[in-house]
Design a protein around this ligand. Structure first.
Ligand code: DON
Length: 329
């Protein structure tokens, strides 16, 4: 059983590896979707890059494809910035600034809750900008360093910002700038909005690879402790907040169908990455740049759908043991 994976369980280890190897071969030739190009630097990515990684909560890793290839984390960063903001201010205060309702709209929709004027949730751009504006620190450098230090704990090594992607988004991100102005107008952002936007663009431009994504997801699955380094990355009391908004809002206007079919908390980014968290069992990372119309990786969605079926990962699946390798009708 996958939920009992340990280093001595060679049969299971090879089964998981076989599953991801199979999925990699099965979807390698799928050529649907298009790479994001509204941030000019991102349009340069090779669309054929493809990797799948799983890290279990006991620290085993399974990798296939271009898992060493670095790319910018983009929206997947929103999950972790939300965790840092929760640690900085607590749940009640954060709820006054950012809601937890799915929007059913695109990730870059310029909308706020009509009554409260809050952005709908921390996984869409407006909510993520508001969340990032709340990160504590006396100056921009201190806030950036706290953000990078937070990513270091989840990943297990020092992290860096891709300056070309950061500046590319900073000079073209007028839609995000419009959202920030709207939130400033309603008092949902206090600080200098250019500083908040810079930090948001920097967090989106943090460089990761597919294995890093799986380790970060596994850290959330492992109640906030990085399963490789054993370092705590986030206070465990906020794991349920993070996983709940990932579950309901992480895949944007595909979140409902994702919850229904795949049934595990997840987050995508326009880099083509997806993380998925199977609580107490494993973290999944997939990377493949071509996106569907909602901004989710085409191969990434397919791979997660198959993984969920083959490993019976759906959280509400009572017909088979959750996390057990098996077949589904
Ligand atoms: O703010 C933006 O538009 C990008 N930095 C991140 C968007 C993103 O990854 C949306 N994900 N599907």
């Amino acid at each position: 059983m996958v939920n009992q994976v340990n280093s001595g369980d060679l049969e299971i280890n090879s089964s998981l590896l076989t599953v991801i190897n199979d999925l990699h071969s099965q979807y390698k030739s799928l050529s649907e979707g298009a790479v994001a190009n509204y941030i000019p630097e991102l349009a340069k990515v090779n669309p054929d890059l493809f990797s799948i990684c799983i890290v279990s909560v006991d620290g085993q890793d399974y990798k296939v494809g271009d898992w060493e290839q670095f790319f910018t984390i983009q929206s997947i960063s929103k999950v972790f910035a939300y965790g840092l903001a929760l640690e900085d201010h607590g749940r009640n205060y954060i709820l006054t600034r950012v809601g937890v309702e799915p929007t059913g709209d695109a990730f870059n929709a310029i909308i706020l809750d009509e009554q409260s004027k809050r952005p709908y949730n921390p996984m869409v751009n407006a909510g993520a900008i508001a969340t990032t504006s709340l990160i504590k620190g006396s100056a921009p450098t201190e806030r950036l360093n706290r953000m990078l230090e937070m990513f270091r704990r989840y990943i297990g090594r020092d992290v860096f910002v891709d300056i070309s992607v950061f500046t590319s988004e900073r000079s073209t991100g007028h839609r995000n700038r419009a959202m920030a102005h709207l939130m400033l107008n309603f008092g949902m952002i206090d600080q200098n909005i250019e500083q908040a936007l810079d930090l948001y663009f920097q967090q989106c431009a943090v460089l990761v690879n597919c294995r890093d994504l799986a380790v970060m997801a596994a850290t959330l699955a492992n109640r906030g402790i990085n399963p490789i380094t054993k370092e705590r990355a986030i206070d465990k009391r906020y794991i349920k907040d993070i996983l709940s908004v990932m579950y309901t809002c992480g895949m944007y206007n595909f979140a409902g169908e994702w919850a229904y079919k795949i049934g595990i908390p997840a987050k995508s980014g326009i880099c083509g990455g997806i993380i998925a968290v199977v609580p107490n069992k494993m973290g999944i990372g997939v990377f493949s740049p071509p996106l569907d119309a909602r901004g989710n990786s085409v191969r990434g969605v397919k791979v997660c759908e198959e993984l969920s079926q083959r490993l019976s990962l759906h959280l509400f699946d009572c017909s088979s043991e959750n996390g057990k390798l098996g077949t589904e009708e």
